[in-house]
Write a protein that binds this ligand. Structure first.
Ligand code: SF4
Length: 316
């Protein structure tokens, strides 16, 4: 039977970012150094495939520090943790390794600097996301006001509208965030902030690649987990660029083939916590059903790498 023709547009960059790569390496190196089990507070990165494969190697995932025995090392996830968490680990005299992405740590430092200068913070981020919880937890309660939308900006009641600064989650939509920043600056003209936002290079680049692909395709699949903020933003970006069918899929077996019936062009990308193996799996699933022509749409090249903490380095 002849297969129908289909062009698959592959986004570049896609998939793993430097922060995710480093966090996974940290868990693997910790298992090598201290043996299993190694405890990890929260999913190290938001991807079931990654978490399952680290679990197979000896990682134990827990939600809270008090679920870890004091005599085993614990790792904090790439999203960052409130200050109280490493403080509690120290108090319990535990060995811990912080896998917080350096670009998230940079936001923590920014928040602290503004706080020291007497400014109250406004954080643009998603309520309940571990990164937001971690960043807000760098400062005492009440020092960070959370806003998600332009409407939230109208609602907040800062202590002193003249003494404010803003920070953002690293994995937001670049376009939506710009609108929220504009609303903040309109309501609080004295507000201080980063030159752009704190959205990281990986989030920005993956969104740009989706923007370049969206007008070319009838459907776009984002490989990523439902709790992965940056992956969900990629779906939203594709939709806002006019792609009628943009869907998040964990891996190939979640593709709704009936929804793709009659489609001749599909875009594929992967969130920053999705391994390339899952992209290969999706491409193979398309090849099984279609006569596929591959096109790569490259909008940026990435060469960012982060070192693992000293505690795990051989030269330490
Ligand atoms: S998405 Fe950005 S901030 Fe988050 S881990 Fe990756 S590089 Fe770091």
């Amino acid at each position: 039977m002849t297969k129908p023709p289909l062009t698959l547009y592959l986004a570049a960059p896609r998939g793993f970012c430097a922060g995710v790569d480093r966090a996974i390496k940290i868990v693997e190196m910790a298992i090598e150094k201290w043996g299993a089990p190694i405890y990890v507070r929260h999913e190290i990165v938001h991807n079931k495939f990654v978490v399952d494969s680290l679990r197979d190697k000896g990682a134990v995932f827990v939600e809270e520090l008090d679920e870890c025995p004091v005599d085993r090392p614990v790792i904090f996830s790439a999203h960052g943790v409130p200050k109280a968490v490493p403080a509690a680990a120290e108090q319990r005299e535990m060995i811990y390794v912080d896998a917080t992405c350096p670009l998230v740590s940079k936001v923590h430092i920014e928040a602290e600097r503004h706080h020291k200068n007497g400014l109250q913070m406004v954080m643009i981020g998603h309520a309940g996301h571990p990164e937001t919880i971690g960043t807000m937890g760098q400062l005492p309660d009440g020092e960070v006001l959370l806003v998600e939308t332009v409407e939230d900006v109208a609602r907040i009641q800062p202590r002193d509208p003249e003494r404010l600064a803003f920070i953002t989650q690293t994995t937001l939509s670049v376009d939506d965030t710009r609108e929220v920043v504009t609303a903040l600056q309109a309501r609080f003209p004295a507000i201080a902030g980063p030159h752009k936002e704190d959205i990281c290079y990986a989030t920005t680049n993956r969104q740009e690649a989706v923007k370049a692909i969206a007008p070319k395709v009838e459907a776009l699949l984002v490989i990523g987990a439902p709790n992965s903020s940056n992956s969900r933003r990629l779906v939203e970006v594709a939709r806002s660029e006019g792609c009628r069918y943009a869907q998040l899929v964990g891996r190939a077996d979640e593709i709704d083939w009936r929804a793709l019936e009659g489609v001749a062009s599909v875009g594929v990308t992967a969130g920053a916590s999705a391994p390339e193996l899952l992209v290969d799996e999706v491409v193979d699933a398309f090849r099984d059903r279609y006569d596929v022509t591959m096109q790569t749409v490259e909008t940026a090249r990435e060469s960012v790498e982060f070192k693992v903490p000293r505690l795990l380095r051989e030269d330490a």
